[in-house]
Write a protein that binds this ligand. Structure first.
Ligand code: GDP
Ligand code: ZN
Length: 315
């Protein structure tokens, strides 16, 4: 029975109005859902999502029927800002967020890196930081950045499409994983992908960009299969997806180096801003917490909204 399951297991890579595209062995099948899908509930296992591992029956060379959704191990979701706050699942079974930053041209954006990390933490995704274009900078210029994040146990490495440095590390990081690739435009996402996977469409995000005019639609999230194993999520971008809906009071949870230290704050609900007896601020003073990271915490905090009453009530 179990063997049979594995044999007929595919992965949903795209969802359209009429059907799902499912990667099955080396093919992509157009699939429909027939009848009721049985799944263990708690999470919504009655609707097929991009990233779902499914059991299917092949009914033609390029067609199939989805029969069952296998348990999900993670999800990327956003809160839909409507009358009631509802969770909207964007994709499931994502392993990690690959954050591509450039050292120069465009300049390194420290605040943006920490914003991505916050989003990854909120969605319980592993983060991998890739510092690109290091051929344009001296080692001293990025060593400090590397050290700060290494100390925090984030995976971080440097790449260059000019010298080829780090490209093997990047493909190793992507291999057999489902990764969401993020980064400001111009940092080298397409170039890097092109180097490690020549089969990549020139611009992986081309299709998505056309759809970001009006309301963002999550039906355009798609998985792009890598020839050496693994998938990349092709999305219109974090902002367009509305993932950036974090409220002020939850932000401190997502700065991982605050976690141990903040138990020692005088106030339980210390925001680590102007409170007396703040252990986090003390740690910044003693260089136990990076002053850059703390500054980003304050900047991000100022950008965020206070949680709406309806959400606070529910916590
Ligand atoms: P994307 O918008 O993130 O997909 O960025 P692109 O891949 O389009 O790259 C933007 C520009 O940066 C292009 O002109 C690339 O040739 C250049 N570029 C990408 N990676 C590197 C690198 O490692 N070193 C240098 N010097 N230029 C790079
Ligand atoms: Zn504090």
């Amino acid at each position: 029975m179990r063997h049979n399951h594995l044999k007929n297991q595919g992965k949903v890579i795209k969802s359209t109005r009429n059907h799902y595209l499912v990667r099955f062995r080396d093919k992509t099948l157009k699939c429909i859902v027939r009848g009721k899908i049985v799944g263990k509930s708690r999470e919504d296992l009655s609707t097929v999502k991009v990233g779902d591992n499914v059991i299917l029956a092949e009914i033609a060379d390029d067609q199939g029927v989805i029969q069952k959704i296998l348990p999900r191990r993670s999800k990327l979701s956003r809160t839909v800002d409507g009358k009631a706050y509802r969770e909207h699942i964007i994709a499931v079974n994502i392993d990690q967020m690959i954050i591509i930053m450039s050292i120069k041209q465009p300049a390194f954006k420290w605040g943006l890196l920490d914003r991505y990390l916050v989003i990854a933490e909120k969605n319980k995704l592993r983060s991998v930081i890739c510092l690109n274009k290091i051929d344009l900078a001296k080692e001293e210029e990025y060593q400090e950045i590397e050290n700060i994040y290494k100390k925090l146990k984030y995976d971080i490495f440097c790449t260059s499409i000019v010298t080829g440095q780090g490209l093997v590390k990047l493909s190793t990081a992507l291999k057999d994983k489902v990764s969401i690739l993020v980064g400001h435009s111009g940092v080298g996402k397409s170039s890097l992908l092109q180097k490690i996977e020549p089969a990549t469409p020139v611009r992986i995000s081309e299709i998505s960009e056309k759809t970001t005019k009006g309301k963002h639609t999550t039906s355009f999230v798609a998985l792009f299969p890598l020839s050496f194993g693994g998938y990349i999520i092709d999305t219109p971008g974090i902002r367009e997806l509305g993932l950036w809906d974090i409220f002020q009071d939850e932000l401190k949870q997502y700065f991982i180096e605050f976690q141990q230290i903040q138990d020692a704050c005088q106030f339980n609900d210390c925001k680590h801003l102007n409170e007396p007896g703040c252990a986090v601020k003390e740690a910044v003073k003693n260089n136990k917490i990076s002053k850059f990271r703390y500054q980003n915490y304050k900047n991000i905090y100022d950008d965020l909204r206070a949680a709406p009453y309806e959400l606070i009530k529910r916590r």
